[in-house]
Design a protein around this ligand. Sequence first.
Ligand code: NAG
Ligand code: NAG
Ligand code: NAG
Ligand code: NAG
Ligand code: NAG
Ligand code: NAG
Length: 466
Amino acid sequence: MGCVDWFTKSTIRIFQLIFMHHGTKKRIGVCTLMACFLLLALMFIINQKPTNFVNGKERRIHQTNDNNIGVLTIPKREHKSVLCTSNLKSTVCEVQGDVQIQVNSSSINIYYATDDNMEEQASMSTRIKPYARNQTKLVNVTEVVIQNGRRSSKVGPGNPQWCAVNHTVPGIVFSLGMYVGNYYHEFSDVLLPLFLTSRQYDGEVRFLVTDTKSWFINKYRPMLNLMTNHDILDIDNDDRVHCFSHVIVGLYRHAEFGIIDSMVSPQSSYSMVDFGKLIRLAFSLKRETVITTPKSKQKPRLLIVSRTGTRKFLNLQEMIKVSENLGYAVTTSESPESLFEIAKLVNSFDVMLGVHGAGLTSMAFLPMNATVVQIVPWGGIESLARYCFKSATLEFGLRYREYIVGKNESSITEKFTEDDPVLKDPMSVHRQGFSVIRRTYLTQDIRIDVHKISVLLLDIFKTYQN
Ligand SMILES: *[C@@H]1O[C@H](CO)[C@@H](O)[C@H](O)[C@H]1NC(C)=O
Ligand SMILES: *[C@@H]1O[C@H](CO)[C@@H](O)[C@H](O)[C@H]1NC(C)=O
Ligand SMILES: *[C@@H]1O[C@H](CO)[C@@H](O)[C@H](O)[C@H]1NC(C)=O
Ligand SMILES: *[C@@H]1O[C@H](CO)[C@@H](O)[C@H](O)[C@H]1NC(C)=O
Ligand SMILES: *[C@@H]1O[C@H](CO)[C@@H](O)[C@H](O)[C@H]1NC(C)=O
Ligand SMILES: *[C@@H]1O[C@H](CO)[C@@H](O)[C@H](O)[C@H]1NC(C)=O
């Protein structure tokens, strides 16, 4: 519910209460609604092998290789400790020392041993749900219990310190529960946070997944493979004791769907543009950036993403015609089944136009300098729409334009009388909470004013012709 944050920020408390109450059920609705999604970002690709990484030494990735991005620093880890940080977006604990991980039927247990005070601190424990959302109810997310001390001697063949697997690289524990299943959230809550958390290790890191979903792993495998050089462990179904010297529990998340420079470790440097590169590399996308062609040489390509459920375009054919008359080569919708095909298709466009919703997440596959046109349904939901997509679009190196639907272009006028608060005072409806906003304003269909959109499309068209 990426946009839940928006919700709590911009509306009154009641909304929050309602939301929490219905948290579980609404999760899909909210996601769809708020639809934020930008896809993802990127990861990087790493051509260099692990031998390039030396503790504490900076590694500069050569800019001559297009597949490499950013400056990386391999952090020096010497302390034996647990350090948890929490912000409005997520909570993450870093555990160092002799770290042992073992699951039981109800939780993932992490034990870390320090040289001293072991007895004294043995009773201390920290509980954390490794999903990148800072909210009280994280559904379907297995809890991780971090405890000082050694595992119980009941585990392992005799020796309590026995490790069935000794890992030489850091481990990252994260969950594929909660909103995984919503396209937008897969990027905003998992893929980008995973990139942010793992990038500094340049592939020399082990992913320990809880609440795993094999379809997710298969769908995003090309991206995951660029983030780790090692097999992904399904930790829930592995009763061995895994030992590490450094484990990160949870994923860092900076913004709704974005990277904040100052939150990247001081000597490292990578951005959403790097995440975009990772995505293009993962799916072998040919177009890195839009090349502006001389007039009449090649028509700018426009993708109109048309929804089939709610928020449909009622005059799609008219929109296509007017766009073609302006000089665009127009394609509607993206129906390919696999993410690979969607990625390839979207990457071939210069302009992508769609109504606020999860479908816009596919913008992650556009070449840089392409334009995303977000159609914002009527009803005062501009800030929600921007919160979800605007900054991510710009951070990806894309251009962002929006088209605010007028009341007379919306089917909402057919459902309510002129003096209904829904039409007269949208803010009074907003105060009733997100589920009401969704039900009321995110279910409208839209008959685009073709003259109004022509002005916008012509303006964009000019930027793609010399
Ligand atoms: C699993 O481990 C947790 C934390 O150590 C403990 O509280 C819980 O009782 C254990 N559950 C079982 C079934 O052993
Ligand atoms: C969210 O983060 C703040 C710190 O910025 C923390 O105090 C709060 O407990 C967190 N909320 C949740 C639900 O974890
Ligand atoms: C939790 O996950 C299970 C299995 O994927 C699913 O059936 C269930 O609906 C989920 N619970 C919620 C509240 O989403
Ligand atoms: C892992 O390391 C520990 C401590 O050094 C050792 O006792 C154990 O046998 C090792 N496990 C394996 C599978 O090599
Ligand atoms: C995007 O377009 C701007 C202005 O036309 C240009 O300066 C910039 O270099 C382009 N960026 C890329 C990545 O092509
Ligand atoms: C909708 O209303 C605006 C003014 O509020 C007007 O300029 C526009 O022409 C109208 N569009 C249609 C399709 O009626």
